[in-house]
Design a protein around this ligand. Structure first.
Ligand code: NAG
Ligand code: NAG
Length: 422
Protein backbone atom coordinates (compact mmCIF):
# COMPACT_ATOMS: atom_id res chain seq x y z
CA UNK A 1 0.00 0.00 0.00
CA UNK A 2 1.38 3.36 -0.91
CA UNK A 3 1.73 6.11 1.61
CA UNK A 4 -0.94 8.08 -0.19
CA UNK A 5 -3.36 5.16 0.03
CA UNK A 6 -2.61 4.85 3.70
CA UNK A 7 -3.27 8.49 4.31
CA UNK A 8 -6.53 8.24 2.43
CA UNK A 9 -7.46 5.21 4.52
CA UNK A 10 -6.67 7.09 7.68
CA UNK A 11 -8.77 10.03 6.62
CA UNK A 12 -11.55 7.70 5.62
CA UNK A 13 -11.46 5.86 8.93
CA UNK A 14 -11.48 9.16 10.78
CA UNK A 15 -14.40 10.42 8.76
CA UNK A 16 -16.40 7.29 9.47
CA UNK A 17 -15.73 7.75 13.16
CA UNK A 18 -16.68 11.36 13.03
CA UNK A 19 -19.85 10.39 11.24
CA UNK A 20 -20.64 7.57 13.65
CA UNK A 21 -20.14 9.56 16.77
CA UNK A 22 -21.12 13.04 15.75
CA UNK A 23 -24.55 12.67 17.31
CA UNK A 24 -23.22 11.70 20.72
CA UNK A 25 -20.76 14.46 21.23
CA UNK A 26 -19.34 16.33 24.08
CA UNK A 27 -20.30 19.61 25.53
CA UNK A 28 -17.68 21.99 26.74
CA UNK A 29 -15.65 21.62 29.85
CA UNK A 30 -13.84 24.26 31.84
CA UNK A 31 -10.45 23.89 33.45
CA UNK A 32 -8.64 25.76 36.22
CA UNK A 33 -5.20 26.85 35.13
CA UNK A 34 -3.33 27.26 38.41
CA UNK A 35 0.32 28.22 38.24
CA UNK A 36 1.77 27.78 41.72
CA UNK A 37 4.73 25.91 40.28
CA UNK A 38 8.17 26.55 38.86
CA UNK A 39 8.15 23.86 36.20
CA UNK A 40 5.11 24.51 34.01
CA UNK A 41 5.32 24.76 30.23
CA UNK A 42 5.07 28.21 28.65
CA UNK A 43 1.46 29.31 27.93
CA UNK A 44 2.03 28.98 24.15
CA UNK A 45 2.38 25.25 24.67
CA UNK A 46 -0.65 25.13 26.90
CA UNK A 47 -3.00 26.41 24.20
CA UNK A 48 -2.93 23.17 22.13
CA UNK A 49 -3.08 21.13 25.33
CA UNK A 50 -6.27 22.85 26.48
CA UNK A 51 -7.74 22.45 23.02
CA UNK A 52 -6.77 18.80 22.77
CA UNK A 53 -8.84 18.04 25.85
CA UNK A 54 -11.86 19.73 24.34
CA UNK A 55 -11.89 22.48 26.98
CA UNK A 56 -13.17 25.82 25.81
CA UNK A 57 -13.26 27.61 29.14
CA UNK A 58 -10.29 28.40 31.36
CA UNK A 59 -10.22 29.94 34.82
CA UNK A 60 -7.13 31.77 36.00
CA UNK A 61 -6.27 32.75 39.56
CA UNK A 62 -4.90 36.04 38.33
CA UNK A 63 -4.84 37.85 35.00
CA UNK A 64 -1.46 36.61 33.80
CA UNK A 65 -0.60 38.70 30.71
CA UNK A 66 1.49 35.92 29.22
CA UNK A 67 -1.45 33.49 29.33
CA UNK A 68 -4.01 36.02 28.14
CA UNK A 69 -1.79 36.93 25.18
CA UNK A 70 -1.06 33.30 24.29
CA UNK A 71 -4.78 32.54 24.13
CA UNK A 72 -5.64 35.49 21.90
CA UNK A 73 -7.88 34.39 19.03
CA UNK A 74 -8.06 30.85 20.43
CA UNK A 75 -11.79 31.07 21.03
CA UNK A 76 -11.24 29.92 24.62
CA UNK A 77 -13.30 31.83 27.20
CA UNK A 78 -11.62 33.14 30.34
CA UNK A 79 -12.51 33.81 33.92
CA UNK A 80 -9.73 36.03 35.26
CA UNK A 81 -9.32 36.53 38.97
CA UNK A 82 -8.49 39.33 41.30
CA UNK A 83 -6.50 37.87 44.20
CA UNK A 84 -7.69 38.31 47.79
CA UNK A 85 -4.68 40.52 48.46
CA UNK A 86 -6.07 43.17 46.07
CA UNK A 87 -9.56 43.40 47.55
CA UNK A 88 -8.79 46.30 49.86
CA UNK A 89 -7.33 48.29 46.95
CA UNK A 90 -10.55 47.82 45.02
CA UNK A 91 -12.43 49.91 47.58
CA UNK A 92 -10.92 52.79 45.66
CA UNK A 93 -12.98 53.17 42.44
CA UNK A 94 -9.98 54.62 40.59
CA UNK A 95 -7.91 51.54 41.37
CA UNK A 96 -10.72 49.24 40.30
CA UNK A 97 -10.95 51.20 37.08
CA UNK A 98 -7.20 50.88 36.51
CA UNK A 99 -7.25 47.15 37.26
CA UNK A 100 -10.03 46.45 34.78
CA UNK A 101 -8.38 48.59 32.13
CA UNK A 102 -5.02 46.83 32.42
CA UNK A 103 -6.14 43.28 33.07
CA UNK A 104 -9.35 42.95 31.10
CA UNK A 105 -10.01 45.73 28.62
CA UNK A 106 -6.48 45.52 27.21
CA UNK A 107 -7.04 41.92 26.02
CA UNK A 108 -10.50 42.27 24.60
CA UNK A 109 -11.78 41.25 22.16
CA UNK A 110 -8.91 38.98 20.99
CA UNK A 111 -8.90 37.09 24.28
CA UNK A 112 -12.43 36.25 25.30
CA UNK A 113 -12.54 37.31 28.94
CA UNK A 114 -16.12 36.77 30.04
CA UNK A 115 -15.94 36.95 33.79
CA UNK A 116 -13.93 38.43 36.67
CA UNK A 117 -13.77 36.43 39.90
CA UNK A 118 -13.16 38.92 42.69
CA UNK A 119 -11.38 36.97 45.42
CA UNK A 120 -11.35 33.25 46.09
CA UNK A 121 -13.10 31.62 49.08
CA UNK A 122 -12.97 34.96 50.87
CA UNK A 123 -15.72 34.24 53.38
CA UNK A 124 -14.20 31.06 54.82
CA UNK A 125 -10.96 32.70 55.94
CA UNK A 126 -12.92 34.03 58.95
CA UNK A 127 -11.19 37.35 58.40
CA UNK A 128 -13.87 40.01 58.75
CA UNK A 129 -11.65 42.78 57.41
CA UNK A 130 -11.20 40.76 54.21
CA UNK A 131 -14.87 39.74 54.03
CA UNK A 132 -15.97 43.34 54.50
CA UNK A 133 -13.98 44.31 51.41
CA UNK A 134 -15.65 41.72 49.18
CA UNK A 135 -18.87 43.44 48.18
CA UNK A 136 -17.35 46.93 47.72
CA UNK A 137 -14.63 45.37 45.53
CA UNK A 138 -17.20 43.55 43.40
CA UNK A 139 -19.28 46.71 43.07
CA UNK A 140 -16.35 48.87 42.04
CA UNK A 141 -15.07 46.35 39.51
CA UNK A 142 -18.56 46.16 38.08
CA UNK A 143 -18.83 49.94 37.96
CA UNK A 144 -15.54 50.05 36.07
CA UNK A 145 -16.90 47.59 33.51
CA UNK A 146 -20.04 49.68 33.13
CA UNK A 147 -17.98 52.80 32.53
CA UNK A 148 -16.09 51.00 29.77
CA UNK A 149 -19.29 49.60 28.36
CA UNK A 150 -18.06 46.05 29.00
CA UNK A 151 -20.65 44.99 31.59
CA UNK A 152 -22.75 43.10 29.06
CA UNK A 153 -19.87 40.85 28.00
CA UNK A 154 -17.95 40.50 31.27
CA UNK A 155 -19.64 39.49 34.51
CA UNK A 156 -18.40 39.94 38.08
CA UNK A 157 -18.54 37.22 40.69
CA UNK A 158 -16.54 35.55 43.48
CA UNK A 159 -15.90 31.86 44.23
CA UNK A 160 -16.98 30.36 47.55
CA UNK A 161 -15.89 27.24 49.33
CA UNK A 162 -18.69 24.78 50.03
CA UNK A 163 -17.66 25.33 53.67
CA UNK A 164 -19.84 28.46 53.68
CA UNK A 165 -22.58 25.91 54.40
CA UNK A 166 -23.30 24.98 57.97
CA UNK A 167 -25.46 22.02 56.98
CA UNK A 168 -25.46 20.25 53.65
CA UNK A 169 -27.04 16.88 54.33
CA UNK A 170 -29.62 15.95 53.29
CA UNK A 171 -29.48 18.49 50.45
CA UNK A 172 -32.88 19.99 51.37
CA UNK A 173 -31.47 21.03 54.75
CA UNK A 174 -28.70 23.11 53.15
CA UNK A 175 -28.08 26.30 55.12
CA UNK A 176 -25.32 28.91 55.24
CA UNK A 177 -23.14 29.41 58.30
CA UNK A 178 -25.13 31.80 60.47
CA UNK A 179 -22.26 34.26 60.79
CA UNK A 180 -22.03 34.49 56.98
CA UNK A 181 -25.72 34.91 56.14
CA UNK A 182 -25.70 38.69 55.97
CA UNK A 183 -22.60 38.84 53.79
CA UNK A 184 -23.80 36.04 51.49
CA UNK A 185 -27.15 37.77 51.15
CA UNK A 186 -25.50 40.97 49.97
CA UNK A 187 -23.38 39.06 47.46
CA UNK A 188 -26.37 37.15 46.09
CA UNK A 189 -28.27 40.39 45.82
CA UNK A 190 -25.39 41.72 43.72
CA UNK A 191 -25.61 38.64 41.45
CA UNK A 192 -29.32 39.19 40.93
CA UNK A 193 -28.81 42.86 40.07
CA UNK A 194 -25.96 42.25 37.65
CA UNK A 195 -26.91 38.82 36.27
CA UNK A 196 -23.77 36.98 37.34
CA UNK A 197 -23.50 33.38 38.58
CA UNK A 198 -22.91 32.19 42.16
CA UNK A 199 -19.69 30.17 42.11
CA UNK A 200 -18.93 27.23 44.38
CA UNK A 201 -15.73 25.23 44.80
CA UNK A 202 -16.91 21.73 45.72
CA UNK A 203 -14.72 18.77 46.57
CA UNK A 204 -16.44 15.50 47.47
CA UNK A 205 -12.88 14.26 47.98
CA UNK A 206 -12.64 16.24 51.23
CA UNK A 207 -15.77 14.57 52.57
CA UNK A 208 -14.37 11.16 51.73
CA UNK A 209 -10.96 11.95 53.18
CA UNK A 210 -12.53 13.17 56.42
CA UNK A 211 -14.68 10.11 56.91
CA UNK A 212 -13.77 7.20 54.61
CA UNK A 213 -15.69 4.71 56.75
CA UNK A 214 -19.04 6.49 56.44
CA UNK A 215 -18.74 8.04 53.00
CA UNK A 216 -19.17 5.51 50.23
CA UNK A 217 -16.40 5.78 47.64
CA UNK A 218 -18.70 4.93 44.71
CA UNK A 219 -21.05 7.74 45.76
CA UNK A 220 -18.27 10.32 45.62
CA UNK A 221 -16.69 8.93 42.42
CA UNK A 222 -19.92 8.91 40.35
CA UNK A 223 -19.69 5.13 40.13
CA UNK A 224 -22.86 3.00 40.12
CA UNK A 225 -24.33 2.92 43.65
CA UNK A 226 -27.67 2.95 45.44
CA UNK A 227 -27.44 6.61 46.28
CA UNK A 228 -29.55 8.39 48.83
CA UNK A 229 -33.07 9.76 48.89
CA UNK A 230 -33.64 13.17 50.41
CA UNK A 231 -36.47 12.53 52.91
CA UNK A 232 -37.94 16.01 52.43
CA UNK A 233 -37.93 16.32 48.65
CA UNK A 234 -37.93 12.59 47.82
CA UNK A 235 -35.24 13.35 45.26
CA UNK A 236 -32.71 10.62 44.57
CA UNK A 237 -29.00 11.43 44.59
CA UNK A 238 -26.44 9.02 43.22
CA UNK A 239 -23.42 11.29 43.64
CA UNK A 240 -22.15 13.63 46.30
CA UNK A 241 -21.30 16.55 44.01
CA UNK A 242 -24.94 16.96 42.97
CA UNK A 243 -26.02 16.62 46.61
CA UNK A 244 -23.60 19.42 47.54
CA UNK A 245 -24.82 21.66 44.72
CA UNK A 246 -28.45 21.16 45.70
CA UNK A 247 -27.55 21.90 49.32
CA UNK A 248 -26.31 25.28 48.05
CA UNK A 249 -29.59 25.78 46.17
CA UNK A 250 -31.52 24.97 49.36
CA UNK A 251 -29.38 27.37 51.37
CA UNK A 252 -30.01 30.10 48.80
CA UNK A 253 -33.74 29.38 48.88
CA UNK A 254 -33.69 29.62 52.68
CA UNK A 255 -32.46 33.22 52.47
CA UNK A 256 -35.06 34.05 49.85
CA UNK A 257 -33.31 33.36 46.54
CA UNK A 258 -34.89 30.50 44.67
CA UNK A 259 -33.51 30.99 41.20
CA UNK A 260 -29.86 31.87 41.44
CA UNK A 261 -27.55 30.45 38.81
CA UNK A 262 -25.09 28.23 40.70
CA UNK A 263 -21.95 27.09 38.90
CA UNK A 264 -18.99 24.95 39.91
CA UNK A 265 -15.81 26.98 39.72
CA UNK A 266 -13.65 24.13 41.06
CA UNK A 267 -13.97 20.42 41.56
CA UNK A 268 -11.46 17.64 41.17
CA UNK A 269 -9.64 14.76 42.77
CA UNK A 270 -5.94 14.34 43.62
CA UNK A 271 -3.99 11.47 42.13
CA UNK A 272 -1.51 11.32 45.00
CA UNK A 273 -1.54 12.12 48.70
CA UNK A 274 0.15 11.57 52.05
CA UNK A 275 -0.22 8.24 53.83
CA UNK A 276 -3.22 9.56 55.78
CA UNK A 277 -4.99 10.92 52.70
CA UNK A 278 -7.12 7.97 51.81
CA UNK A 279 -8.52 7.85 48.30
CA UNK A 280 -5.90 10.06 46.66
CA UNK A 281 -4.89 7.62 43.92
CA UNK A 282 -4.52 7.84 40.13
CA UNK A 283 -7.33 5.35 39.69
CA UNK A 284 -9.80 7.32 41.82
CA UNK A 285 -8.74 10.60 40.21
CA UNK A 286 -9.32 9.06 36.79
CA UNK A 287 -12.76 7.76 37.76
CA UNK A 288 -13.80 11.07 39.31
CA UNK A 289 -12.69 13.26 36.45
CA UNK A 290 -13.71 11.01 33.57
CA UNK A 291 -17.13 10.35 35.11
CA UNK A 292 -17.50 14.06 35.78
CA UNK A 293 -16.69 14.94 32.19
CA UNK A 294 -19.21 12.39 31.00
CA UNK A 295 -21.85 13.94 33.23
CA UNK A 296 -21.00 17.35 31.84
CA UNK A 297 -21.32 16.02 28.31
CA UNK A 298 -24.77 14.69 29.14
CA UNK A 299 -25.73 18.22 30.15
CA UNK A 300 -27.46 16.85 33.21
CA UNK A 301 -28.47 19.26 35.88
CA UNK A 302 -28.91 18.25 39.50
CA UNK A 303 -32.03 16.48 40.82
CA UNK A 304 -33.35 19.78 42.19
CA UNK A 305 -32.42 21.83 39.12
CA UNK A 306 -32.45 19.36 36.22
CA UNK A 307 -32.19 22.07 33.58
CA UNK A 308 -29.41 24.08 35.09
CA UNK A 309 -26.10 24.45 33.33
CA UNK A 310 -23.39 23.74 35.89
CA UNK A 311 -20.56 25.18 33.81
CA UNK A 312 -18.06 23.02 35.67
CA UNK A 313 -14.39 23.98 35.88
CA UNK A 314 -12.20 21.01 36.73
CA UNK A 315 -9.35 21.58 39.15
CA UNK A 316 -6.76 21.55 37.74
CA UNK A 317 -4.84 21.60 34.51
CA UNK A 318 -1.42 20.85 36.05
CA UNK A 319 0.07 19.43 39.20
CA UNK A 320 1.48 22.44 41.04
CA UNK A 321 4.73 21.63 42.82
CA UNK A 322 4.91 24.77 44.96
CA UNK A 323 1.50 24.55 46.62
CA UNK A 324 1.75 24.30 50.40
CA UNK A 325 -0.19 21.83 52.51
CA UNK A 326 -0.61 18.06 52.29
CA UNK A 327 0.78 16.17 49.30
CA UNK A 328 -2.65 15.96 47.66
CA UNK A 329 -2.60 19.74 47.16
CA UNK A 330 0.26 19.40 44.68
CA UNK A 331 -1.38 16.54 42.77
CA UNK A 332 -4.74 17.66 41.42
CA UNK A 333 -3.48 18.10 37.87
CA UNK A 334 -4.90 16.23 34.92
CA UNK A 335 -1.45 16.78 33.49
CA UNK A 336 2.08 16.68 34.76
CA UNK A 337 4.23 19.74 34.08
CA UNK A 338 5.78 17.99 31.06
CA UNK A 339 2.37 17.86 29.43
CA UNK A 340 1.81 14.13 29.81
CA UNK A 341 -1.42 13.01 31.50
CA UNK A 342 -1.15 12.30 35.25
CA UNK A 343 -3.12 9.13 34.61
CA UNK A 344 -4.87 7.74 31.56
CA UNK A 345 -7.79 10.10 31.30
CA UNK A 346 -8.11 9.88 27.58
CA UNK A 347 -6.72 13.28 26.77
CA UNK A 348 -3.54 13.68 24.87
CA UNK A 349 -0.67 15.67 26.27
CA UNK A 350 1.80 18.12 24.82
CA UNK A 351 4.26 15.33 24.15
CA UNK A 352 1.73 12.72 23.20
CA UNK A 353 3.59 11.98 20.00
CA UNK A 354 5.89 9.75 21.94
CA UNK A 355 5.74 9.71 25.68
CA UNK A 356 2.27 9.07 26.96
CA UNK A 357 1.20 5.60 27.89
CA UNK A 358 -2.30 4.25 27.50
CA UNK A 359 -4.02 2.48 30.34
CA UNK A 360 -2.99 -0.93 29.13
CA UNK A 361 0.56 0.16 28.43
CA UNK A 362 0.60 -1.47 25.01
CA UNK A 363 0.04 1.41 22.71
CA UNK A 364 1.74 1.10 19.39
CA UNK A 365 4.52 3.44 18.47
CA UNK A 366 3.44 6.45 16.52
CA UNK A 367 5.38 8.53 14.09
CA UNK A 368 6.56 12.05 14.65
CA UNK A 369 3.65 13.67 12.89
CA UNK A 370 2.66 17.24 13.28
CA UNK A 371 3.41 18.90 16.56
CA UNK A 372 0.05 20.56 16.87
CA UNK A 373 -2.69 18.44 18.34
CA UNK A 374 -6.04 19.04 16.76
CA UNK A 375 -9.19 18.31 18.58
CA UNK A 376 -12.72 18.02 17.65
CA UNK A 377 -15.41 18.41 20.15
CA UNK A 378 -18.61 20.02 19.01
CA UNK A 379 -20.43 21.96 21.68
CA UNK A 380 -23.94 21.39 20.56
CA UNK A 381 -24.36 17.66 21.07
CA UNK A 382 -27.81 17.70 22.54
CA UNK A 383 -28.20 13.98 23.16
CA UNK A 384 -24.63 13.42 24.16
CA UNK A 385 -23.40 10.81 26.55
CA UNK A 386 -19.84 10.41 25.44
CA UNK A 387 -17.01 12.46 24.17
CA UNK A 388 -14.37 12.17 21.56
CA UNK A 389 -11.14 13.81 20.75
CA UNK A 390 -8.94 13.44 17.75
CA UNK A 391 -5.28 14.11 18.20
CA UNK A 392 -3.45 14.51 14.99
CA UNK A 393 0.09 14.30 16.28
CA UNK A 394 -0.33 10.85 17.74
CA UNK A 395 -2.88 9.70 15.19
CA UNK A 396 -5.16 8.84 18.05
CA UNK A 397 -8.91 8.97 18.07
CA UNK A 398 -10.47 8.70 21.44
CA UNK A 399 -14.06 8.03 22.25
CA UNK A 400 -15.54 7.86 25.71
CA UNK A 401 -18.93 6.24 26.04
CA UNK A 402 -20.63 5.34 29.31
CA UNK A 403 -17.90 3.55 31.22
CA UNK A 404 -15.95 2.56 28.11
CA UNK A 405 -12.99 4.21 26.54
CA UNK A 406 -12.29 3.32 22.95
CA UNK A 407 -8.96 4.42 21.60
CA UNK A 408 -7.94 3.99 18.03
CA UNK A 409 -4.33 4.42 17.14
CA UNK A 410 -4.04 5.13 13.48
CA UNK A 411 -0.56 4.69 12.19
CA UNK A 412 0.49 4.51 8.59
CA UNK A 413 -1.00 1.35 7.14
CA UNK A 414 -2.69 0.16 10.29
CA UNK A 415 -5.36 0.95 12.79
CA UNK A 416 -5.18 -0.48 16.28
CA UNK A 417 -8.11 -0.44 18.60
CA UNK A 418 -7.85 -0.33 22.33
CA UNK A 419 -10.92 -0.83 24.49
CA UNK A 420 -10.74 -0.20 28.14
CA UNK A 421 -13.31 0.12 30.87
CA UNK A 422 -13.24 2.58 33.70
C1 NAG B 1 -13.83 29.48 60.44
O1 NAG B 1 -14.83 29.37 61.43
C2 NAG B 1 -15.59 28.16 61.37
C3 NAG B 1 -16.65 28.19 62.44
O2 NAG B 1 -17.25 29.42 62.57
C4 NAG B 1 -14.69 26.98 61.52
O3 NAG B 1 -15.45 25.79 61.40
C5 NAG B 1 -13.61 26.99 60.46
O4 NAG B 1 -12.72 25.95 60.65
C6 NAG B 1 -12.86 28.32 60.50
N1 NAG B 1 -11.96 28.36 59.35
C7 NAG B 1 -10.70 28.78 59.44
C8 NAG B 1 -9.90 28.80 58.18
O5 NAG B 1 -10.19 29.15 60.50
C1 NAG C 1 5.45 3.78 29.37
O1 NAG C 1 5.32 2.42 29.68
C2 NAG C 1 6.53 1.72 29.65
C3 NAG C 1 6.25 0.24 29.90
O2 NAG C 1 4.91 0.00 30.21
C4 NAG C 1 7.50 2.31 30.68
O3 NAG C 1 8.73 1.61 30.64
C5 NAG C 1 7.70 3.77 30.39
O4 NAG C 1 8.50 4.35 31.39
C6 NAG C 1 6.37 4.50 30.33
N1 NAG C 1 6.57 5.87 29.90
C7 NAG C 1 6.01 6.88 30.51
C8 NAG C 1 6.30 8.23 29.95
O5 NAG C 1 5.24 6.78 31.46
Amino acid sequence: MSTMDSIINILYASLILVFLFSTVMATSIGINYGQIADNLPPPEKVVPLVKSMGANRVKLYDADPHVLKAFANSGVEFIVSLGNEYLSDMKDPAKAQAWVKTNVQAYLPATKITCIAVGNEVLTFNNTALSDNLLPAMENVYAALVSMNLDKQVSVTTAHSVAILETSYPPSSGAFRRDLVSCVTQVVDFHCKTGSPFLINAYPYFAYKADPKQVQLDFVLFQPNQGIVDPVTNLHYDNMLFAQIDAVHSALASIGYKNVCVQISETGWPSKGDADELGATPDNARKYNCNLIKLVSQKKGTPLKPNSNLNIYVFALFNENLKPGPMSERNYGLFKPDGTPSYPLGFSGINSGGSTNSSSGNRPATGGGSSTPASWSPQDGSSSSGYMSITSNSGRVLFCWKSWILQLYITVGSISVLFSQL
